[in-house]
Design a protein around this ligand. Structure first.
Ligand SMILES: Cc1ncc(C[n+]2csc(CCOP(=O)(O)OP(=O)(O)O)c2C)c(N)n1
Ligand SMILES: [Mg+2]
Length: 337
């Protein structure tokens, strides 16, 4: 059975056109996102970082999706959980840590935004605000701008399933589908909006089903398999580039941490439920698959772990040694000069 599954995944791998080096890159980004995320929690519990909102369990979805876009011409509108998305799109561990610790050289906002409100002008990543789902409208707007300018750009919006209940979701998908804009809507469906389970958020069980209301494809994707996500996103990107309009991806993931560092999910989820999700961790799963294909071994794992540990250390030390913003800049970008 496991072998048959491995064969199916290998087929997908070939269909998706990924070489072994790209699979290794995919795994590196996933493992790096996890290690950096874990360090953020340590910094938070140690009193150095004000707030953490975690992507643990979403890494396969995030890295698989981000790698299907072209960093030289596409634009991403991520949401707070998307550490794996931004790393795969070229943001560095140092930059992430400077954002977490609100340093002046944080590319998102010079240390003025909340942590994880990702933005990076050089990497074509558009910063967002805290009201969920606003980035869905931004992505539709970016795609419209690209169309007007005649640029071959695809825009992506990433968001949770709870955010698909916002008016912005409807407006963004409706506008993008009416105008056949080049957008990919990536829903990272972890089944919870803070403490509210999906069954209390919506009267249907599939976010993908909502696509029918806009006349666009809605695709359910196994978000624990980065190759499945890569392939589905690649198809959506290709459709957008052909001028055929947007796609809604309903990518099923697990949320392995509490909603944020200000939440404790043990108060609203059972120990069995949490253990069952932990057993589905996408990172050991992808590693086991690569091993089954003969393209990864214990020695490679060991050197990758050492490399990542070094990079996380370096990023932490770099951010701790970086200056905080000058107090004189406090009102910059708040009032018009
Ligand atoms: C408009 C708005 N309403 C409520 C909130 C508070 N809030 C922050 S995150 C969140 C849950 C979002 O759930 P989901 O979209 O499923 O994303 P997830 O956190 O599960 O990845 C809520 C309700 C907010 N930030 N913005
Ligand atoms: Mg959710």
């Amino acid at each position: 059975m496991a072998k048959a599954k491995g064969k199916a995944a290998a087929q997908k791998h070939r269909d998706g056109g990924l070489a072994t080096e790209q699979l290794h890159e995919m795994y590196y980004h996933m493992a790096m996102a996890r290690a950096l995320d874990e360090r953020c929690w340590v910094m938070n519990r140690g009193g150095q970082a004000p707030f953490v909102i975690s992507g643990q369990g979403h890494e396969a979805a995030q890295v698989g999706a981000a790698m299907a876009f072209d960093p030289s011409q596409d634009f991403l509108c991520p949401y707070y959980r998307d550490l794996g998305v931004v790393l795969a799109f070229g943001v560095t561990a140092r930059e992430v840590m400077c954002g977490l610790l609100a340093r002046a050289n944080d590319p998102s906002s010079g240390g003025r935004q909340m942590p994880s409100h990702w933005g990076h002008a050089g990497r074509r990543i558009i910063t967002g605000s805290s009201p969920v789902a606003t980035q869905i409208l931004h992505a539709a707007g970016v795609a419209l701008a690209a169309r007007i300018r005649g640029e071959d750009t695809v825009a992506a919006a990433f968001f949770g399933e709870g955010s698909s209940n916002q008016g912005d979701f409807h407006e963004g998908l409706n506008f993008a589908s009416v105008h056949r804009l080049p957008v990919v809507f990536v829903c990272e469906n972890n089944g919870y909006a803070i403490s509210v389970p999906l069954s209390k958020q919506m009267a249907i069980s599939s976010v993908a089903a909502r696509a029918a209301g806009y006349g666009i494809p809605g695709v359910e994707v196994d978000g624990l398999d980065p190759l499945a996500v890569y392939q589905a996103t690649q198809a959506a990107v290709a459709r957008a580039r052909r001028g055929e309009g947007p796609t809604l991806l309903d990518v099923k993931v697990v949320r392995l941490t509490s909603h944020s560092s200000d939440d404790d999910q043990r108060s609203y989820r059972t120990a069995e439920d949490l253990a069952a999700e932990r057993a589905q961790d996408p990172i050991p799963r992808f590693r086991a698959w690569m091993e089954s294909q003969g393209i990864w071994d214990a020695q490679q794992e060991k050197s990758l772990a050492a490399r990542i540990k070094g990079e996380v250390e370096d990023a932490t030390e770099f951010a701790l040694a970086s200056p905080v913003p000058d107090a004189a800049t406090l009102l910059d970008h708040v009032y018009a000069p």
